[in-house]
Each structure stands twice: as structure tokens, then as C-alpha cells.
Design a protein around this ligand. Structure first.
Ligand code: GTP
Ligand code: MG
Length: 138
């Protein structure tokens, strides 16, 4: 089975949506095998999102990710990376399919409630950015 890194973003933790979002993952057959609530600094957010550092929204994205606590989690399941992205919906909530997390909860293209890894290599890197092996219990 596959693993992916998920983040419940500040717009969602602020609105107390952690449980509703986790229910969507579990209904889709994804198991939450590690989870913690943390407060990122802007510098840590910048390191995590370093691939986006040339994008015009990078500074805004880092400010946002450090604006309130996030819940970082490891999701496990058959095809977990693709399944998670399906449950999240399109980056821009205006384009997200009905029933997806972003369609139901996201506020804008930037404040879009969740992050999910996009490939096996990035999933492995992103999981080890936040979790030690001991914290992941599959
Ligand atoms: P992630 O799962 O968060 O990586 O989302 P994604 O893969 O659907 O989107 P992408 O990797 O292209 O962008 C990463 C994140 O940057 C998005 O989830 C948004 O939070 C933010 N972002 C993307 N485009 C914009 C934009 O045009 N404006 C702003 N403010 N933020 C953006
Ligand atoms: Mg992405």
C-alpha cells in the first residue's frame, strides 16, 4: 500500500474543520496512520514549499501557512497519492468537483484547506520533512 503526506491548512483549522476533512479521507478508504497539529514558522513553510519559490504567490503562501496551526498527517491506502488528490479536488475551489474537500470547504485558490503530495518521490520527501519513522504506525 502507498503513503502520502497530507496537510490540513490554516483556513481549515481556524474554522474547526479537521474532523469533517478527516471523515472525507476515511470515507474514501484512506487510513490516517500519523497525525499531529503544529505551528509552522514562515521559514519552515518556505522550506517545505521551496519548489514554488519562483512563483508569484510564494510569499503569500508562506505567510498563510504560518498564520495558524496546521495538522500534518500520513495517509495510507491503495493508490493513496491519487486517491487523496481526488478527494481534495482541484487546487482552485471554483474548479473542484462537487463533494470534494476543496469544493465544500476551500475559501480561495490560495486558502484551499488541504495539501497532498503529488508523486511517490515527493510523498517520501514530504513525509520525512514532518515525521520520524517512530511516529508512523501503519
Ligand atoms: P498542494 O496540494 O497544496 O500542493 O496543491 P496543488 O498541488 O493543487 O497546487 P500547487 O502545487 O500548484 O500549488 C501549491 C499551493 O500554492 C496551492 O495549494 C495553493 O495553496 C497555493 N497556490 C497555488 N496557486 C496559487 C495562486 O494563484 N495564488 C495563491 N495565493 N496561492 C496559490
Ligand atoms: Mg502541489
Amino acid at each position: 500500500t502507498e503513503r502520502t503526506l497530507s496537510i490540513i491548512k490554516p483556513d481549515a483549522t481556524r474554522r474547526n474543520l479537521t474532523g469533517k476533512i478527516n471523515a472525507k479521507f476515511e470515507e474514501a478508504g484512506l487510513r490516517i496512520i500519523a497525525q499531529k497539529r503544529i505551528q509552522l514558522t514562515k521559514a519552515q513553510a518556505g522550506e517545505f514549499y521551496a519548489v514554488h519559490k519562483e512563483r508569484p504567490f510564494y510569499d503569500e503562501l508562506c505567510e498563510f501557512m504560518a498564520s495558524a496551526p496546521v495538522v500534518v498527517q500520513v495517509l495510507e491506502g491503495e493508490g493513496a497519492i491519487a486517491k487523496n488528490r481526488e478527494v481534495m479536488g482541484a487546487t482552485n475551489p471554483a474548479d473542484a468537483a462537487p463533494g470534494t474537500i476543496r469544493a465544500e470547504f476551500a475559501e480561495s485558490v490560495g486558502e484551499n484547506s488541504v495539501h497532498g503530495s503529488d508523486a511517490p518521490e515527493t510523498a517520501a520527501e514530504e513525509i520525512s520533512f514532518y515525521f520520524s519513522g517512530l511516529e508512523i504506525v501503519g
